[in-house]
Each structure stands twice: as C-alpha cells, then as structure tokens.
Design a protein around this ligand. Structure first.
Ligand code: RP5
Length: 172
C-alpha cells in the first residue's frame, strides 16, 4: 500500500435533501474527529436521478472508498447508489415527522439479495454509527485509523465506568 496520504475525499456523504443536513451533522463531526477526508453532496434518487447515477458510477474512480447515503421517507437513495457501484454503501434512515423514520428505515434496509445497503439506526446514533462503520471499512490496511478506533472504544468504555463509579458513591 502507498505511504502517501490520500489527497481527495475517501468517504462520500450523500443526502437526499438539504433538510437532512442537520440530522447528518453528527456523522460529519465523527468523520472529522477521525481525520477522514470526506465530501458532502445533496443528491435525490427521485428529484435528481441523473445526478445519482453520475455520482455512483464515478465514485470509485474518484478515489472514494465508501458512500454514506442518508434519506428520509421513501428512502431509495442508498439502494439506487448501491445498484450502480461496487463500493460499500452505508444507509442512514432520516427521522420523519409522519412515520418517525420507520418508513426511511424499512425502505433503506429491505434491499434485494446481492445489493446490500449496510443500514444503521434512525437518529443521532445512526448518523454517528455510519461514520464509525465507514472508518472501520477504511481501517482495513490503515493501522493509524485502526489505532484511533481502539482509542475511541476505550474512551466509550471509560465514560461508562466513570458514570458507574459516580453512581456507586455513597450518598452524603
Ligand atoms: C427525502 O425526502 C430526503 O432525504 C428527505 O429526508 C425527505 C424530504 O425532503 P424535502 O421535501 O424536505 O426536501 O428524499
């Protein structure tokens, strides 16, 4: 593997609408925390299908290693992108006001055999987990990222242990 630092984005974050942007902020922040170069696009499977086609079919050649697709409602974005690229696609179901995001979850996760969209949960934890999953994919063959993941997990564990210690302190 080359020792040169990659110059372009490795992760493509694609959302179906700018109304998804706020919900995807935790994903963006998590990728930034790991120092992973990313790009953010708004592309709709239904409103700009030509752009979705162009994005997915050129993503690998542009150096992307995985795509995170966030959409709400009839959330076909992840599936459409996954149908057009061999890159791994991670789907983030965006919460919706009418059905609470269950619509987004089911339409993202229920892909036909052979065309997976690795779907995370609805809401903030899903947005964060999409970023972590992307880092885990990238960490194969990148020991620096693997070390950061190990540290991240250690910090998560330490936070829980500290909460537990505080709760177990005798009441004054
Ligand atoms: C989806 O439709 C988008 O991902 C968004 O979550 C939802 C609503 O989009 P807007 O009508 O707010 O643009 O395609």
């Amino acid at each position: 593997m080359s020792t040169q630092k990659p110059s372009g984005p490795l992760v493509g974050i694609v959302m179906g609408s700018d109304s998804d942007a706020e919900k995807m902020q935790p994903c963006i922040e998590t990728l930034a925390e790991f120092g992973v170069p990313y790009e953010v696009r708004v592309i709709s499977a239904h409103r700009t299908p030509d752009a979705a086609h162009e994005y997915a079919t050129t993503a690998a050649d542009r150096g992307l290693a995985c795509i995170i697709a966030a959409a709400g409602g009839a959330a076909h974005l992840g599936g459409v992108l996954a149908s057009l690229t061999a890159l791994p696609v991670i789907g983030v179901p965006i919460p919706t006001s009418n059905l609470g995001g269950l619509d987004s979850l089911l339409s993202t996760v229920q892909m036909p055999g052979g065309v997976p969209v690795a779907t995370v949960g609805i809401g903030k934890s899903g947005a964060v987990n999409a970023a972590i999953l992307a880092v885990q994919i990238l960490a194969q063959g990148r020991p620096d990222l693997r070390a950061k993941l190990v540290q991240y997990k250690a910090r998560l564990a330490e936070r829980v242990k500290e909460t537990d210690r505080n709760l177990r302190k005798p009441n004054a």
